[in-house]
Design a protein around this ligand. Structure first.
Ligand code: GLU
Length: 448
C-alpha cells in the first residue's frame, strides 16, 4: 500500500466499485486532499488506513413491499450503509427519493463519516433510505411504506449501534411512523432515531439546525473578511427544511434572501424575503406542495422562472440547499461572473466534483457541505445526549451549543486548510480534520 500512488489507489477504488460514479467522486474528493497527510503518517500507512477507510463496514439491502391505496402490492429497495463506527455508533439520515441507489447511499455514508467526526461528538458514519418517492402518495401509503421499511431495518439498528434520522423525503412524519414501528417491534423506548417529535424525545432547534448551522458557519467565514451577513444578497436553492432554516436565520440577521427554488424552477424576490414569506415555506411543506410556483402565486413581489436554477441571479452569497450535484461548473462560473463572493454548499455534495475542484483554485470563499451542513447531525448528537440523560435543554441552550460546534468546525477547517497566500481551502481543511480523527481511532483499535 505504501508504494501505491494516488492514481493507482483510485484505480483500485474504481475497479472495486464499478459504475458507482457518486461513490468514486466522493472518495476522490476526500482522498485527494488527505493523501499527503496519510503518506506522512507511518502509523496510518502501516495500518493500511486508506484502503480500509473507503470500505464500508457493512451494507444492508432489502426488499420493501407495501400495499397502495388501490390494494396493489408495490415493491421498493431499502438500504442502510453502515460505513464506519470507529468513533461512535453509525449515525446518519434516511433518504426516500427515486434517485436513491447503492452508489448514492455509499457516497453519502462515506461523507457522513467525516462530517460526524468534525462535529467532535462521538458518532460514526451511516446513511440509508429507499428509492421510494413520497410525493403524490397518501398519508396512509407513506405510513405503510415506513412500517414495512422498519420491519426489516429494526434488527440492524439501536441506540448504541446505529441511529438513523431524516434526510431528503424523510421529515418528522416519516420519522414518526418509523420510530413508532421500531418501538412496537422492540418494545423499547430508546434514542434510536433523531429528528423525533418534541413530545417523544425530540430536541428543540433540531428542525432549524442544519440551516442555522450553515449560516453560523458562513458568519465565521465572513468574520475572517471583517464582514457580516447584514445587507448581503443571498441566492438560496430549495424550499425544504434546510432552505427554510437558512432563510429564517438570514432574514433575522438582516440579509436579503432573493431566491428559493423547487424542481419546477426558481422564485425571484428582488427585495428579499420577509418573515411572513419564510413562514409560508413551512406551510407549503406541511401541505406537501412541491412547486416553487405556488410561492410566487401567493406573493406579488415574487416572480417565477420556469425550468431554471437560481444560480443565474446576481448575488453576494450563494447557498445550495436542495440536493447533490445541483450546482455545476457552468453554474459556478455564472455566479462568479455576476459578482458572487462566497459559495456555501449546504446540500450534501451540492456542487459537482468538477465545480468544487474549480472553486478551490479561485479567488472566492467556498466551503463544502460536510462542514457547512454539519449542524444538523450535530444537533442530532445533542438530541442523543438529552435522551441519554433523560432531560431536555431549552432552545437557547441547544442553539448556543450548536453555534459553538459550528465555530469549532470552522476553526478546524482553518487549521488544516490555511494557505500561505491567506486563502483558506475549506475542502482540504474539512477533509483532513475529519480524516485525522477517524484514522487515529482506526489505527488505535487494530485491524477491525
Ligand atoms: N441527513 C442529515 C445529514 O445529512 C442529518 C443526519 C442525522 O441527523 O443523523 O447530515
Amino acid at each position: 500500500m505504501a508504494t501505491l500512488s494516488f492514481d493507482e489507489f483510485m484505480k483500485r477504488v474504481v475497479e472495486r466499485n464499478p459504475g458507482e460514479k457518486e461513490f468514486q467522486d466522493a472518495v476522490k474528493e476526500v482522498m485527494s486532499t488527505t493523501w499527503e497527510t496519510f503518506k506522512a503518517n507511518k502509523r496510518f500507512v502501516d495500518a493500511n488506513i486508506m484502503e480500509r477507510i473507503v470500505e464500508p463496514e457493512r451494507i444492508i439491502i432489502f426488499r420493501v413491499p407495501w400495499t397502495d391505496d388501490q390494494g396493489k402490492i408495490q415493491v421498493n429497495r431499502g438500504y442502510r450503509v453502515q460505513f464506519n463506527s470507529a468513533i461512535g455508533p453509525y449515525k446518519g439520515g434516511l433518504r426516500f427519493h427515486p434517485a436513491v441507489n447503492l452508489s448514492v447511499m455509499k457516497s453519502l455514508a462515506f461523507e457522513q463519516t467525516f462530517k460526524n467526526a468534525l462535529t467532535t461528538l462521538p458518532m460514526g458514519g451511516g446513511k440509508g433510505g429507499a428509492d421510494f418517492d413520497p410525493k403524490g402518495k397518501s398519508d396512509a401509503e407513506v405510513m405503510r411504506f415506513c412500517q414495512s421499511y422498519m420491519d426489516e431495518l429494526y434488527r440492524h439498528i439501536g441506540p448504541d449501534t446505529d441511529v438513523p434520522a431524516g434526510d431528503v423525503g424523510v421529515g418528522k412524519r416519516e420519522v414518526g411512523y418509523m420510530y413508532g414501528q421500531y418501538r412496537r417491534l422492540t418494545n423499547t423506548f430508546t434514542s434510536t432515531f433523531t429528528g423525533k417529535g418534541l413530545a417523544w424525545g425530540g430536541s428543540l432547534v433540531r428542525p432549524e439546525a442544519t440551516g442555522f448551522g450553515a449560516v453560523y458557519f458562513g458568519e465565521e467565514v465572513l468574520k475572517r473578511n471583517n464582514e457580516t451577513f447584514k445587507g448581503k444578497k443571498v441566492v438560496v436553492s430549495g424550499f425544504g427544511q434546510v432552505a427554510w432554516g437558512v432563510a429564517k436565520k438570514l432574514v433575522e440577521l438582516g440579509a436579503k434572501v432573493i431566491t428559493i427554488s423547487g424542481p419546477d424552477g426558481y422564485v425571484h424576490i428582488p427585495d428579499g424575503m420577509t418573515e411572513e414569506q419564510v413562514e409560508y415555506m413551512l406551510e407549503m411543506r406541511a401541505s406537501c406542495r412541491d412547486r416553487a410556483e405556488d410561492f410566487s402565486d401567493k406573493f406579488k413581489n415574487a416572480t417565477f422562472h420556469k425550468g431554471v436554477k437560481p444560480w443565474v441571479v446576481p448575488c453576494d452569497v450563494a447557498m445550495t440547499c436542495a440536493i447533490q450535484n445541483e450546482c455545476n461548473l457552468d453554474d459556478v462560473k455564472t455566479l462568479m461572473k455576476n459578482g458572487c463572493k462566497m459559495i456555501l454548499e449546504v446540500s450534501n455534495m451540492g456542487c459537482t466534483l468538477e465545480a468544487a475542484e474549480y472553486l478551490r483554485e479561485q479567488d472566492i470563499e467556498f466551503a463544502p457541505g460536510k462542514a457547512v451542513n454539519a449542524g444538523g447531525v450535530a444537533t442530532s448528537g445533542l438530541e442523543m445526549s438529552q435522551n441519554s440523560i433523560r432531560m431536555s435543554w431549552d432552545a437557547a441552550e441547544v442553539d448556543k451549543k450548536l453555534r459553538g460546534i459550528m465555530k469549532g468546525i470552522h476553526d478546524v477547517c482553518y487549521q488544516y486548510g490555511k494557505q500561505d497566500n491567506g486563502k483558506v481551502d475549506y475542502v482540504k481543511g474539512a477533509n483532513i480534520g475529519g480524516f485525522m480523527k477517524v484514522a487515529e481511532a482506526m489505527a488505535d483499535q487494530g485491524a477491525i
